[in-house]
Design a protein around this ligand. Structure first.
Ligand SMILES: Cc1ncc(COP(=O)(O)O)c(C=O)c1O
Length: 380
């Protein structure tokens, strides 16, 4: 079965109890047992729920994975993976990660005795050089949030494997439609399903997919023991969004490419970050490891902070909002919004400047989006 078919059908057969064509919202915390310990496969919704099973099976199929697990948020999925480590263990992390990932590692997990080294993600050497005998996991995001750096997943996963470490790829920006990290050698894929997978900015969620049975068994236990699970209604909304992932991603990428090309020629723009542009420093790598360039981009204007804010506040169709990956276009100011948890000195080192604007390009008519960009830039 191909991607678009799997998104609509896997895990989503007719309901065995009623024949309902669409997976029902099993809004129940518990399940009546036929006799003590005799169940129909479910006993308590933290451990498992049929609506969640449908979502997990479908998500796994989209990453060509054997196993999928759903969480209450992308950060809950990230925390679950941290639970694979114990005090004293070490993780090598790309310095370009979502601000909330950085916050969870530095401000929560370090207090529990886990250690993290952040490295420049553009070459596999930096990851290898940072590994110690205590290194258990290697974490990267590609393309990165918000600079759209493309990281060589295959080389890093290979080097990590040689050192006995597992590689985790946060695939949120590409979505499984455009990038398949497990096929490139990664051990675990993570998504904030809040973004492209849900696709409609109406539900928070996360997921993890893997082909490693041992990792799956541990994560399944952690999911039940820690309990950061999504409710049935959230699973239903995510599944409903997921059905159109293929068609949405095509349009996100088409619109983003057109806007990136337009901005690259705009006299008030100094730099555009989009992997689909031939001028992007890792364009060749992006072409190799992705089948499309997705809908996220950033750009810098020729102006100071006040002018950047003026432009941002002048958009009419793009909403000034955190998050990304919904059908509607959004813009955000990473330095003060999504990446505010990263100290200014670190942000400077990474290249998240005060003039950087991030766009999540939606699936509206691209002519209207370009008109909106132009009128906002015309205000300075
Ligand atoms: C790349 C990336 N990973 C993880 C997360 C965290 O996901 P959530 O907000 O669903 O907890 C985000 C949120 O913006 C993200 O952009």
């Amino acid at each position: 079965m191909k991607f678009a078919t799997k998104a609509i059908h896997v895990g989503q057969g007719a309901d065995p109890a009623t024949g309902a064509t669409i997976v029902p919202v099993y809004q129940t915390s518990t399940f009546t047992q036929d006799a003590v310990g005799v169940t129909k496969g479910y006993d308590y919704s933290r451990a498992g729920n049929p609506t969640r099973t449908a979502l997990e099976d479908c998500l796994a199929s989209l990453e060509n994975a054997q196993h999928g697990l759903a969480y209450a948020s992308g950060c809950a999925a990230t925390a679950a993976i941290c639970h694979l480590m114990k005090a004293g263990d070490h993780m090598v992390v790309s310095s370009e990660v979502y601000g909330g990932t950085y916050r969870l590692f530095k401000m929560v997990m370090e207090d529990l005795g886990l250690n993290f080294t952040f490295v420049n993600p553009t070459g596999p050497d930096a990851f290898v050089n940072a590994m110690t005998p205590k290194t258990k996991l290697v974490w990267l995001e590609s393309p990165t949030n918000p600079l759209l750096t493309v990281i060589d997943i295959e080389s890093i996963a290979k080097a990590a494997k040689e050192k006995g470490c597992l590689t985790i790829v946060d695939n949120t920006f590409a979505s499984p439609y455009f990038q398949q990290p497990l096929a490139l050698g990664a051990d675990i894929v993570l998504h904030s399903t809040t973004k492209y997978i849900g696709g409609h900015s109406d539900v928070i969620g996360g997921c993890v997919m893997t082909n490693n049975n041992d990792v799956y068994e541990k994560l399944k236990f952690i999911q039940k023991a820690v309990g950061a699970v999504p409710g049935p209604m959230d699973c239903y909304l995510t599944l409903r969004g997921l059905k159109t992932l293929a068609i949405r991603m095509e349009q996100h990428a088409k619109n983003a490419q057109a806007i990136a090309e337009h901005l690259s020629k705009h006299p008030k723009v100094s730099k555009v970050f989009y992997p689909g542009l031939a001028s992007h420093p890792q364009h060749a790598l992006a072409k190799k490891q992705m089948s499309g360039f997705s809908g996220m981009m950033s750009f810098e204007i020729k102006g100071d902070v006040a002018q950047t804010k003026k432009v941002m506040e002048s958009f009419k169709l793009f909403s000034l909002a955190e998050s990304l990956g919904g059908v509607e276009s959004l813009l955000c100011y990473p330095a003060l919004m999504t990446h505010a948890a990263i100290p200014a000195s670190e942000r400077d080192k990474i290249g998240i400047s005060d003039g950087l604007i991030r766009l999540s390009v939606g699936i509206e008519d691209v002519d209207d989006l370009i008109k909106d960009v132009d009128q906002a830039l015309a205000t300075i």
